[in-house]
Design a protein around this ligand. Structure first.
Ligand code: CMP
Length: 139
């Protein structure tokens, strides 16, 4: 079964929207394989977003995440990657359709509430930054 990696960004935690967002994934039928709360280091934030290094928004992006509390999870289900991306909505909340997580709950572009892997390759790279194989194997 396909898996994807999701990070609820600091604003999601600070605004008390963790339950709302997780609930949407559960109601859809995605299974929570693993879930943890972590104060994300600057190093891990930089590793997660290294493909954006050098872009104009890179500094702000890292600063909104680094040293703050996030929720990290691996979700599993049929076509989990594309389904999760669809549920999250467009990167810019102004473009995200109503009914999507960003469309309903976010307004800022840099701090757009949530991140999810956009491909199998991204999933393979991203989940390993935060989860060991052992943490995911037994569940
Ligand atoms: P995310 O899905 O976490 O992946 C990369 C992040 O970079 C994205 O969500 C936004 O938080 C941020 N981002 C992408 N494009 C822009 C942009 N044009 N301006 C500001 N932030 C951006």
């Amino acid at each position: 079964m396909e898996r994807t990696f999701v990070m609820l960004k600091p604003s999601c935690v600070q605004r008390g929207l963790v339950g709302e967002v997780i609930s949407r994934f559960e109601r859809k039928g995605l299974r929570i394989v693993q879930l943890k709360v972590e104060k994300i280091s600057r190093e891990k934030a930089a590793e997660l977003y290294k493909v954006h290094y050098g872009k104009p928004f890179y500094g702000d992006l890292i600063n909104t995440i680094a040293g703050k509390t996030v929720v990290l999870m691996v979700l599993e289900g049929r076509k989990a990657i594309s389904i999760t991306r669809k549920m999250i909505g467009a990167t810019d909340p102004a473009e995200a359709e109503a009914g999507t997580i960003r469309g309903d709950l976010a307004i800022d572009l840099t701090d757009n509430l949530i991140h999810a892997s956009d491909s199998q390759e991204s999933y393979e790279r991203e989940h390993k930054i935060f989860f060991s194989e052992g943490e995911l194997q037994t569940l």
